[in-house]
Design a binder for this molecule. Structure first.
Ligand code: ADP
Ligand code: MG
Length: 359
C-alpha cells in the first residue's frame, strides 16, 4: 500500500525572527507544497529516497544518527532519526518526493519536505500537530544543522484555506484568523537572490537576542516590556532587541487589522516591519529593499521581506489594479538597477498538511 502525504510551503505575513524569542508570528500556508509517497517494505533496514527535484537515490539506514547522511537527503534522514528518537517506529521502504515549492526562495521548501515526510512515514501515529512540528524542527536543527525556529513547520501543519495563523511561540497556541482577500491580491515576489551567509548571520542574530535578554535580566525577550530596548547600552544589541519587541507588537496589531478586514492598516504594519528588518535587524539586502519600496510606490498597501532574510521573497498586499502594475513594471525596474529580475506570483492561504486519498 502506498501512503501519500502533502505539506505546503508558507509565507509569513509578519513576525520575523520572533519565533526563537518566544514571540508571535502571523503566517499562512500556501497552495503549493511537497508530496511524499511511501511504499513500506516487509523487510530491510533502509529507506530508499528519491526526489523529482534531485538526481539519484539515497539509502538512509533506519538507525541513522546526525552526521550520517548529508546533502538534500539529510532533511529526510533527520525526520527518520527524530521520529525514532521520539519512540516512533519507522518501517523500511521506498520514499518518493516531488514538490512545487521553489527551493531556497524563502517559502520554506524545507518545512514542506519535513512535514510531508513525517506524515508519510508515521501516518497512524497519535502525535498531534505541535509534536510533529517539534520533531520536524529537531530534524532540521540537530540533524541538518540549521538553527531555525518552529514557525515554518507550524504554518505547514496548521494552515488552512482563507486562514492566517496567529502563533504564540511561548504557549505554542494557534489562533486561526480568517483572511479574505476581497478585492486585494497577495503577491509573492521572488527576488531570485538566494540567501547567502544566511546560516551564520541567523546564528549571530539569535546570539544578539540572547545577549539582549541576558542584559535585561529576563529569560527571553518576550518577558521584557515593550520599551526595554531603550536600556541597552550597545547600539547593535539595542537595535536587535528593538526589532523583536516592536515586531511582536506589530504581529498582534496585524491580527487585529486582519480581523477588521482593514488591509490599509495591515499594509502599514508590513511596511514598518520591512523598515525594522532593514534598519534594526539588518537582515535585508539591497534587491529586497528595492522590491519592497517599488511595490509600495506602485500602489501596494504594504510590502515586506518574508522569511529568515538575506534574500528570498517579498510579499506585497495590493489592490487588484496595483497588483497588475507591479507584475508588469516591477521586474524591469529591479533588473534595470542591476539585480536579477524578480518573478511575481499571486498566492493565497491554502490547506495545511494532510494524507492524500489513495490513487
Ligand atoms: P527554503 O526552506 O527557504 O526553501 P532551505 O535552505 O531552508 O530553503 O531549504 C532548502 C533545502 O531543502 C534544499 O537545498 C534541499 O536540500 C532541501 N529540499 C527542499 N525541498 C526539496 C525537495 N523537493 N527535494 C529534495 N530536497 C529538497
Ligand atoms: Mg527552510
Amino acid at each position: 500500500m502506498t501512503v501519500r502525504a502533502y505539506a505546503p510551503g508558507r509565507v509569513n505575513l509578519i513576525g520575523e525572527h520572533t519565533d526563537y524569542n518566544d514571540g508571535f508570528a502571523l503566517p499562512i500556508a500556501l497552495g503549493v507544497g511537497t508530496v511524499a509517497e511511501f511504499d513500506r517494505a516487509t523487510a530491510g533496514a533502509v529507506i530508499e529516497v528519491s526526489s523529482a527535484q534531485e538526481r539519484g537515490t539515497v539509502l538512509i539506514p533506519l538507525d541513522t544518527t546526525p552526521g550520517g547522511v548529508g546533502g538534500w537527503a539529510a532533511y529526510v534522514a533527520g525526520c527518520v532519526w527524530a521520529l525514532r528518537d521520539h519512540g516512533i517506529e519507522v518501517p523500511p521502504g521506498k520514499l518518493r518526493l516531488s514538490s512545487n515549492v521553489p527551493v531556497g526562495a524563502g517559502l520554506s521548501s524545507s518545512a514542506a519536505l519535513e512535514c510531508a515526510v513525517l506524515l508519510a512515514l508515521a501516518p497512524s501515529s497519535d502525535l498531534d500537530r505541535t509534536e510533529l512540528a517539534r520533531i520536524a524542527q529537531r530534524a532540521e536543527n540537530t540533524y541538518v544543522g540549521a538553527p531555525t525556529g518552529l514557525l515554518d513547520q507550524m504554518a505547514s501543519l496548521y494552515g488552512d484555506v482563507d486562514t492566517a495563523l496567529l502563533l504564540d511561540f511561548r504557549s505554542l497556541s494557534v489562533d486561526p484568523v480568517s483572511m479574505h482577500l476581497g478585492g486585494d491580491v497577495l503577491l509573492a515576489i521572488d527576488s531570485r537572490t538566494p540567501h547567502q551567509h544566511a546560516a551564520g548571520e541567523y546564528r549571530r542574530r539569535r546570539e544578539a537576542c540572547e545577549a539582549a535578554a541576558a542584559q535585561l535580566g529576563v529569560a527571553s525577550l518576550r518577558d521584557a516590556p515593550d520599551d526595554a530596548w531603550e536600556h541597552l547600552a550597545d547600539d547593535e544589541i539595542r537595535r536587535r532587541a528593538r526589532h523583536v519587541l516592536t515586531e511582536n507588537r506589530r504581529v498582534l496589531d496585524a491580527a487585529a487589522a486582519l480581523r477588521a478586514a482593514d488591509h490599509a492598516a495591515l499594509g502599514a504594519l508590513m511596511n514598518a516591519s520591512q523598515d525594522s528588518m532593514r534598519d534594526d535587524f539588518e537582515i535585508t539586502v539591497p534587491a529586497i529593499d528595492l522590491i519592497a519600496a517599488t511595490a509600495v510606490e506602485l500602489g501596494a498597501h504594504g510590502a515586506r521581506m518574508t522569511g529568515g532574510g538575506f534574500g528570498g521573497t517579498v510579499i506585497a498586499l495590493a489592490p487588484e489594479d496595483a497588483a497588475q502594475r507591479i507584475a508588469d513594471v516591477l521586474p524591469g525596474r529591479v533588473s534595470a538597477a542591476g539585480h536579477p529580475a524578480p518573478t511575481v506570483a499571486a498566492v493565497r492561504p491554502g490547506r495545511g498538511a494532510h494524507i492524500l486519498p489513495e490513487v
